[in-house]
Design a protein around this ligand. Structure first.
Ligand code: HEC
Ligand code: HEC
Length: 376
């Protein structure tokens, strides 16, 4: 009888533990952090687009003391770094943000579709995380308006990290021995809350800035550091004929500032005619976020579905393969309505690619502050 009871207890335990998978910790690894906290504050950018809808509540609950000037602290960003690399943020302790956002690829990854929770593939190509604190339209379909809005989405997204219940995640992190102190340093008490997780992660994302490319250096010295080919590429990029800079613009070579006004209702996105009929409509009708071109050399494959492996293939698309999708951006239409193929020749392509490579920031991919703290 007693044996039977023990067996019953054993089975109900197994069943329960299946249900509460999230309670299983991986406490084997703990982060190695510098004795002197890194400086994140001085390179951090202000959050944009944060004072909308759902994000307001998060800000009320967290350390961000003002909407106009949300505060990135070194301790907050340090906690954010640990969270970004911690596989305990996934249901099966196998996936972290960094599984799909790898520093060596400017926080993108080298595959068309990434592998998330239990080997399931993401629907779209992983995006480079670069200066995203400045961005007010995040994800390929612009569904998030700020990093605060976004940070918890991958965790609850089944394909990515598999966690459904944020309360359970709070409990799980609370039980890992390195978090209480990190939360205490960042927020003044060791309590783990969803809002604090979002805040710390956002602080880390806001400090992940890349402004040290050859192009950035060139801006300060009239591009005397550029080769002739790079100069030619720059001229083409900013020309009315190529139109690249009409969409990839501003400091981040992405959707225009104040992108809500770009393309009417379709915020910060454009349809570049990859398909006649899109299976994935993106924001709507094949409109996808106009992505940053910073570090583009490192973030292949390209486009929302990772269909192109090289920059040459991307330019070949703009040169000859734009499809007459009904919603194709007007810039790619001739006055008579036919598609305006950009028809770059071999030299123009070479020059454009040389120019795009001046947007690579080697410091960004080597910066210790953004590296994996769990690596021994
Ligand atoms: C399984 C892979 C995977 C994981 C894990 C993952 N991401 Fe992503 N990430 C993606 C994909 C794919 C996209 C594009 C999704 C879309 O547009 O629908 C994306 C988009 C983003 C963007 C938007 C960038 C932009 O410029 O719009 C940010 C920021 C980001 N992820 C941060 C994170 C953070 C923080 C975590 C951890 C909490 C995380 N990601 C976990 C795959 C992943
Ligand atoms: C009408 C606006 C528009 C114009 C003009 C434009 N682009 Fe784009 N670009 C986009 C959009 C939108 C995407 C993403 C499309 C998608 O995934 O469906 C994109 C994607 C890209 C990508 C891939 C980015 C990545 O992270 O996968 C590169 C590289 C690129 N464009 C370079 C250029 C160059 C070079 C030019 C000029 C020859 C140019 N673009 C002109 C809007 C534009």
């Amino acid at each position: 009888m007693r044996k039977l009871f023990a067996l019953a207890v054993f089975f109900s335990f197994t069943i329960l533990s299946c249900v509460d998978k999230i309670d299983i910790l991986d406490s084997q690894n703990s982060p190695n952090l510098p004795s002197q906290t890194y400086d994140y504050k001085s390179s951090a950018v202000n959050l944009r687009g944060f004072a909308t809808g759902a994000t307001v509540e998060v800000f009320h609950q967290t350390n961000f003391n003002s909407f106009e000037n949300p505060k990135v602290t070194d301790e907050g960003a340090t906690l954010g770094r640990v969270l970004f690399y911690d596989k305990n943020l996934s249901l099966n302790n196998a996936v972290s943000c960094a599984s799909c956002h790898k520093q060596e690829y400017a926080f993108a990854d080298p595959v068309a579709k990434s592998i998330g929770f239990e080997g399931r593939k993401t629907i779209r190509n992983s995006m480079a995380v670069i200066n995203s604190g400045m961005n007010d339209n995040l994800f390929w379909d612009s569904r998030a308006t700020s990093v605060v809005d976004l940070t918890l989405q991958p965790v609850v997204n089944h394909l990515e990290m598999g966690i459904e219940n944020m309360r359970a995640l709070e409990n799980k992190l609370q039980r890992l021995d390195y978090y209480p102190e990190l939360f205490n340093k960042a927020f003044g008490s060791s309590e783990v809350t969803e809002a604090r997780i979002a805040s710390a992660m956002s602080q880390f994302l806001c400090s992940m800035t890349s402004f040290n490319s050859k192009y950035d250096k060139g801006e300060k010295e009239n591009f005397s550091n550029f080769t002739e080919l790079e100069k030619l590429g720059k001229k083409i990029f900013f020309s009315d004929r190529a139109m690249c800079s009409q969409c990839h613009q501003g400091k981040n070579f992405n959707a225009p500032e104040n992108s809500s006004t770009y393309g009417g209702s379709v915020k910060g996105t454009a349809n570049v005619g990859l398909e006649l009929v899109y299976n994935d409509p993106g924001k709507e009708n094949g409109n996808f976020k106009i992505p940053t071109l910073r570090n583009i050399e490192l973030t292949a494959p390209y486009m929302h579905d990772g269909r192109f492996n090289t920059l040459d293939e991307v330019l070949e698309h703009y040169s000859h393969n734009i499809q007459p999708n009904p919603d194709l951006d007007k810039k790619f239409r001739n006055p008579n309505g036919s598609v305006k193929h950009l028809k770059f020749d071999a030299i123009e392509k070479k020059a454009l690619i040389a120019f795009l490579k001046t947007l690579t920031d080697e410091d960004y991919i080597r910066d210790e502050r953004f590296s994996d703290p769990f690596k021994s």
